[in-house]
Ligand binder design. Structure first.
Ligand code: NAD
Length: 497
C-alpha cells in the first residue's frame, strides 16, 4: 500500500473518477490524438457511468504506431545489449510498485474489479517485469555436435513487431504477460487494449518511458476491434500476433492474419472443470471452488465454471457451496465487498440469457439467477452468484462459456466418469482436482485435456508457470520461459570448417 491509496479512493468515490488520467494514444514515446480526432467514453461498471474519455483510433493511427514500432527495431533498442534491456524491465517493475495503488484504482474503476483483486493484478504485472528482467541475458542458444569438420549453433532472434490484442477482464495482467517477454526477447509492440478498459495500458506506456524504454518500442492504440484490431492484425508490418479474447474473434484474427502468413498465439475461452472427489478435504475444496467461479465475478478465461463432484459428497458439498454463495456481498469494487460488478450491460444480458434458457429447460437454480444492482446506490451491472444443477452433459450451459458468476454442477459416479465429463466440452484450458490421494490426482492430471492442471489449489502458480489452452481454448503458451520462445525466431547457423 502506498500513501496515495486512501486519498485516491476518497477522490474516486466522491467524484466518480480520478484526476490526471491519460486520454490519448501512446505512439513513438508520446501521447497523440487520433488522426481523425475520434474520442470514446470508458464506463465504470460499478455505476454504469462514464468516468473518462480516450482517443478512438482507426487504421491511420495503427499505421503510425506500426511505423514507429518498425523504426524502433533498428534504433537503439535493436543494438542494446540484453543486460541493459533487463535493467529497463527491472526499473519498470520498481516504478509499477511505486504507483501500484493508482494503477489498481484505475483498473478497479475501468474493469469493475474489487480493489483487492486489482491490487493483485498490478502486483502480478510488476512481478512479470521482474521475472523477465532476469531472463534477458540468459536466453541462450545451443551448439549442435556435427563432428570435427563443422560448427553449428542456434540463435534466438527477436521476432520483430508484435501486435497484442487484449480483452477487458484482466487488462493489465493480460497485456503485461505478453509485453514483458516480448520486450525481454528484443521485440517491439503495438498493443490494442479492449475498448472497455483502455486506461492502464496507456499508463504503462508512460511508466516504460520513465524506465528508459526507447521511443517506439511500446505503442498503444485505443479503439474498437473493428476499427483498430482488424487493420492491426491484417497489417504486413506485423510479425507476430498475441490475441487474447473470445473464440469467435480469435477465428477472425486467424483469417485476417493468414494472407500475410503472420505467426500468432491465441489465448481463448474456457469451460474449465473442478473435480472434487469423495476423499477431498471439502473445506479446502469449498474455498477453491468459490474462488474459481466468483473471483472477478466469474469473468476469467480459466474460471472453474463446472463443478464435477463425486456422488457420495454431492449433496453435502453443494449445500456448503450454496450457503457460502448466498452470503457473498455485492457492491462497487472500491468498497469492502465480496463480489464486484460484471463489466458491461451486454455481458449482463449474455449471462442472464444463459440462465433464463437453463431455467426454461428445467435446470435447478440453487441460488442466484437474477440481475442485481449495487445495494448501496441502486446503480451498476451486477449478477447474483448463481449455481445450476441437474444439467445434462450436452446442455448449452455445460458446453458454452458463460463468462459470469454462474457455476454448473455435474455429478460423477466414478473417477473414470469424472475424467470423461471433464473432457466433455470443446474447451481445454485448465482443470482443478481436489483429492487426498495424490497418486490418483497425478493419474487424472495426465488424462484431462488442459494446458494446466491445479491439484488441491485452484489458480496455483504464477508468472513462472506456463499458461495456455488446447482445442477451442487456443494454442501457444504465455508465462514462464516458454513465452520467450514465442517471441523469437530460431536461426540455425552451420559452417564447414
Ligand atoms: P473479444 O474477442 O470480444 O475481444 C477481445 C479483444 O479483441 C478486444 O480488444 C477487442 O476489441 C478485440 N477485437 C474484437 N474484434 C476484433 C477483430 N475483428 N480483430 C482484432 N481484434 C478484435 O473478447 P472479450 O469479450 O473482450 O473477452 C472475453 C473473452 O476473452 C472470453 O472468451 C475469455 O475467455 C477470453 N479470455 C481468454 C484468456 C486466456 O488467457 N485464454 C484471458 C482472458 C480472456
Amino acid at each position: 500500500m502506498t500513501a496515495e491509496l486512501n486519498p485516491l479512493v476518497d477522490e474516486a468515490r466522491r467524484t466518480g473518477t480520478i484526476s490526471g488520467l491519460p486520454g490519448q494514444h501512446w505512439i513513438d514515446g508520446q501521447r497523440c490524438p487520433s488522426v481523425a480526432g475520434g474520442r470514446m467514453e470508458t464506463l465504470d461498471p460499478g455505476t454504469g457511468r462514464a468516468f473518462a474519455t480516450v482517443a478512438a483510433g482507426d487504421a491511420a493511427d495503427v499505421e503510425r504506431a506500426i511505423a514507429a514500432a518498425r523504426k524502433a527495431l533498428t534504433g537503439p533498442w535493436g543494438s542494446m545489449v540484453p543486460a541493459e534491456r533487463g535493467r529497463i524491465l527491472a526499473r519498470t517493475a520498481t516504478l509499477i510498485r511505486a504507483c501500484a495503488d493508482r494503477l489498481a484504482i484505475v483498473e478497479a474503476l475501468d474493469a469493475g474489479k474489487r480493489l483487492v483483486e486489482a491490487q493483485g493484478d498490478v502486483g502480478g504485472a510488476a512481478r512479470a517485469f521482474e521475472y523477465y528482467s532476469g531472463a534477458c541475458d540468459k536466453f541462450q542458444g545451443s551448439s549442435i555436435p556435427l563432428g570435427p569438420d563443422y560448427i553449428a549453433y542456434t540463435r534466438h532472434e527477436p521476432i520483430g513487431v508484435v501486435a497484442q490484442i487484449v480483452p477487458w477482464n484482466y487488462p493489465i495482467s493480460t497485456l503485461v504477460r505478453g509485453l514483458a517477454p516480448a520486450l525481454a526477447a528484443g521485440c517491439t509492440v503495438v498493443a490494442k487494449p479492449a475498448e472497455q478498459t483502455p486506461l492502464t495500458a496507456l499508463m504503462l506506456g508512460e511508466i516504460l518511458a520513465e524506465a528508459g524504454l526507447p521511443a517506439g518500442v511500446f505503442n498503444v492504440v485505443t479503439g474498437t476491434g473493428a476499427k483498430v484490431g482488424e487493420p492491426l492484425v491484417a497489417h504486413p508490418g506485423i510479425d507476430h500476433i498475441t490475441f487474447t479474447g473470445s473464440v469467435a474473434t480469435g477465428i477472425r484474427v486467424m483469417q485476417n492474419a493468414a494472407p500475410q502468413v503472420t505467426r500468432l498465439a491465441l489465448e481463448l475461452g474456457g469451460k474449465s472443470p473442478v473435480i472434487v472427489l469423495a476423499d477431498a478435504d471439502l473445506d479446502a475444496a469449498l474455498d477453491g471452488v468459490m474462488g474459481a467461479i466468483f473471483e472477478n465475478a466469474g469473468q476469467i478465461c480459466s474460471a472453474g465454471s463446472r463443478l464435477i463432484v463425486e456422488r457420495a459428497v454431492h449433496d453435502r458439498f453443494v449445500e456448503m457451496l450454496v450457503e457460502r454463495a448466498r452470503g457473498l456481498r455485492l457492491g462497487h469494487g472500491l468498497r469492502d465487498v465480496d463480489m464486484g460488478p460484471v463489466n458491461s450491460l451486454a455481458q449482463i444480458e449474455r449471462i442472464s440469457g444463459f440462465v433464463e434458457r437453463a431455467r426454461r429447460r428445467g435446470a435447478a437454480i440453487l441460488c442466484g439467477g437474477r440481475i442485481a444492482t449495487d445495494p448501496e446506490t441502486g446503480l451498476g451491472w451486477f449478477y447474483e452468484p448463481t449455481i445450476l444443477d441437474g444439467l445434462s452433459p450436452d446442455d448449452e450451459a455445460i458446453q458454452s462459456e458463460i463468462f459470469g458468476p454462474v457455476l454448473c454442477v455435474q455429478v460423477a459416479e466414478t473417477v473414470e466418469h469424472a475424467v470423461t465429463l471433464a473432457n466433455g466440452t470443446p474447451y481445454a484450458l485448465v482443470a482443478g482436482i481436489y483429492t487426498r490421494d495424490l497418486s490418483n490426482a497425478h493419474r487424472i492430471a495426465a488424462r484431462v485435456d488442459a494446458g494446466q492442471v491445479y491439484i488441491n489449489e485452484f489458480f496455483a502458480g504464477g508468472i513462472e508457470t506456463p499458461f495456455g489452452g488446447n482445442r477451442a481454448s487456443g494454442f501457444g503458451r504465455a508465462k514462464g520461459l516458454e513465452a520467450l520462445a514465442s517471441f523469437s525466431k530460431l536461426k540455425c547457423v552451420t559452417a564447414r570448417l
